[in-house]
Each structure stands twice: as C-alpha cells, then as structure tokens.
Ligand binder design. Sequence first.
Ligand code: ADP
Length: 445
Amino acid sequence: MAMNRLAPPRWRLDRLPAAAWAAAGLAALAALLAFVTHAPAAVLMVLAAAACFWAFREGQRFTIASSSDDQIELVGLAELAPLLEALPDPALLVDSEVRIVSSNAAARRQMQFEARGQFLTSILRHPDVLEAVQAAVRDGETRAVEYETPAQVDHHTRCYVAPVNWGADRAAMLVFHDQTARISTERMRADFLANASHELRTPLASLTLLIETISGPARDSATDRERFLGMMQVQADRMRRLIDDLLSLSRIELDEHVPPSDRADLAAVAREVADSLAPVLRDRNVKLDLRVPGKPVRVVGERFQLAQVVQNLVDNAVKYTPDGGSVSLEVGPSGDREEVSARAGRRWEEAGRVALLTPAAAANRSYAFVRVEDSGQGISRRFLPRLGERFFRVEREMGDERGGTGLGLAIVKHIVNRHRGGFLVESQPGRGSAFAAYVELAEEG
Ligand code: ADP
C-alpha cells in the first residue's frame, strides 16, 4: 500500500530480531552436527523445528506479524501507546496522512472520539494545527499553536506539534495544554488594573480641576476658596478610601488559601461594630436593631477580618437606607450549610435572592451567621449575582458615577471565602436588602 507508512518494513535485514539471527545460527549448528555425527535426518528436523519455534516466539516480540499494511502501521505505532498514556495532557500521534494512530485517555475524553485510524480533521479542524502537523511530518518542524474553542466559557489551548521519526517515515505528536485558567487570570489582572486606575483617575481629575479653579478664577474670593477646598477634601477622602480598600483586598487575597485557625466571638464583634457606628446612626437618624445573643457565639475565624465583614455590611445598610429608616444586625448559631442558608438568607417571600458564595459540603459542620437587614430601596433582581464583583456598583449601572468604591462587598466575599463560609443576599425593591454571611462554629471546650 502507501509508501509513507510509519511502521518498519517487515523483513529488512537491519531490523531482523536477534532471536531470528540466533535461530538461524542454531539451525546451522544443527546441520553441522548432523553432518559430522551422521545423525539421522529426523534429529536434524527436530532441532531445526525447535529452533524455528523459539525464533517465532521471540520474534513476535520484535517483528510485526500481520500482512495487512494497516495492521502493520497500527501494531507498530501501538508500541508508543504506553508513552502517550503516561502524559498527563491530551496527546495524539498522527501519521503522514494525518490519521490518528495512537492517543491517550485524556485526549479521547476531551475530544470525544474512540477509534484510532480516523483522520485528525474529524475531531480538530483548526487550520493552524493542521498546518503545523504537515510541517512536522514534511519538514520535521516543531511548532506551538494557540487556538480558541468557542463554548459557554471559551477554551484556550496551546498545542505543541513535534515530528517523531519512525523507520524511514515521520509521524507527528500533538500535545495539548489547557490555557483557559492562565488566560482568564491574565484578563482579570488587566481588567483589575484598568478599573483601579480608572477609579483613581476620576477623583484625581476633579482635584486637578479644583486646584486650577482655586488658583485661577476663585483666587480672590474667600468664600469660593472655602467651598472648593471642601470639595477637594471629599475627593481626597474618596481616593484614600479607594487605596485603603484596594490594599485591604490585596492583603486578604494574599492569604486567602490559608483558612484561619483562631477563634472569635461573633456576638462580641457585632456589638463592637454597632457601638462604633453609633455617631453615624445618630447623624443619619437611622435606628439600629441589635439582635445578638447574650452568650458568646464562638466561631473559627480571625476577629479583625470578621469585624471588617460586619462593618462593611452595616456601613452599606446605613448608606443605602434613607434618613429615618432602620437597620437590623442579627447574629445567631445555626445548623449545617442548608439550615444556615435557609435561616439567614430566606426570610422574605417575594424577594430575589442569590448565594454569592457557598462553601463545599462538609459533614458534621455547623455554622453561625450574621444577617444585616435594611429598609432601603432594595436592589433589582438582575444585579444581585454581580454583587461582590470588584468595582461593581448598581448606581453606576444606572448612570450615576458617584458613590462608594464598589470594593466593600468584594472584601466581604474574599474574607468569607478565606473562612470557607457562605455569603447570601436577598432583596426586594421597596422593602429593603438583607446580606448574610456565615462561618463555621467552633467546637465547645
Ligand atoms: P460601595 O462602596 O459602592 O458601597 P460595595 O461593594 O459595598 O461598594 O457595594 C457594591 C454595590 O452594591 C453598591 O454600590 C450598591 O449599589 C449595592 N449595595 C450594597 N449594599 C447595598 C444595600 N444594603 N442596599 C442597596 N444597595 C446595596
């Protein structure tokens, strides 16, 4: 059949197995012995038959026994299968006709094919990959090709294509590396930098404008100067808050993979935060309803970070509640993951609700929750899943560029994630919003 088969030709002298040579030698020795000793022809035949039998058995391990060309090719290359199988990434071996002659389980699983012998194009059509395969088998070139497979989440793959010499012919080996996680991390980092610099540039631009105004048209008016200095203060405060939140977030992320081992009293944390907010509450005429058990609610957690969670949630509740409204802050021990989500996050029948973070299921784990409820305007259902995304602000989506940093809930989410806890929101426009976080209860004793 085709000249460019990849299997070694069957009976090339340099490929005759050692066993065949040994058998030939043995047969020659038997003939010599029979000649010298005048042994009967039967003895000679028995010796020759034994030599042939042994040669055949040994030879099977080295040579290709089939007479069909296709068989020859597949049996020959099949010897490479254990090598491919040992690779953790999907790998294929294709012949010069671009037919798959060997593959590993990872490749078959990912590309969903079973049979070898089919053309590569039936499972992969990317022109750059096919060109790289041609270059490998034709010119012995090695190439790395990156390509994207559109799906619900786009997949990015880097495919290394390298020539493999097999007898006088060439095959190409393709190894696929999934790059999706790396590319999405790179994109996130780039987006984060773009967002952070945009957020910082806005107050900076206002400050520059105010400085120009004070040193120009408003230079001679004490009242104007006073007013513009006040506005500068607001912008400087906004920049400081942004930088504080950014630093806070990066500190939390730094050890997010190390769960805390300390113990903290969630009830005491809530009481302290409520005390520290008393002046703001008075200022805004917002009533705080504190529902915290008298005895400690001991959880596995870092006290400072848990205080940050409660503080950010209560800050928001107060900020987004109109003057004269009310906010409630509740702490309680609850049950397992399902019980705590129901108790802390499913109270308002007509509310939209989303679990922003859910811990992995774990047997024998009980949680304690903190729930902060407000009587503000609520959040539209469509925005709920985006809460906790960095820089996401409902007001901005509605065309209002003012407001907070959009980092408060992201900080909460990352702290809760570090604590391997959960984070929920339920909200009903006109009624208010409720955010709840839960973390693992510490064992008594
Ligand atoms: P910000 O500093 O803007 O408050 P957050 O990350 O704390 O940033 O909140 C993100 C967005 O979520 C806010 O801009 C606001 O649109 C919305 N939000 C958060 N908490 C509440 C709440 N209690 N009521 C209404 N909207 C809220």
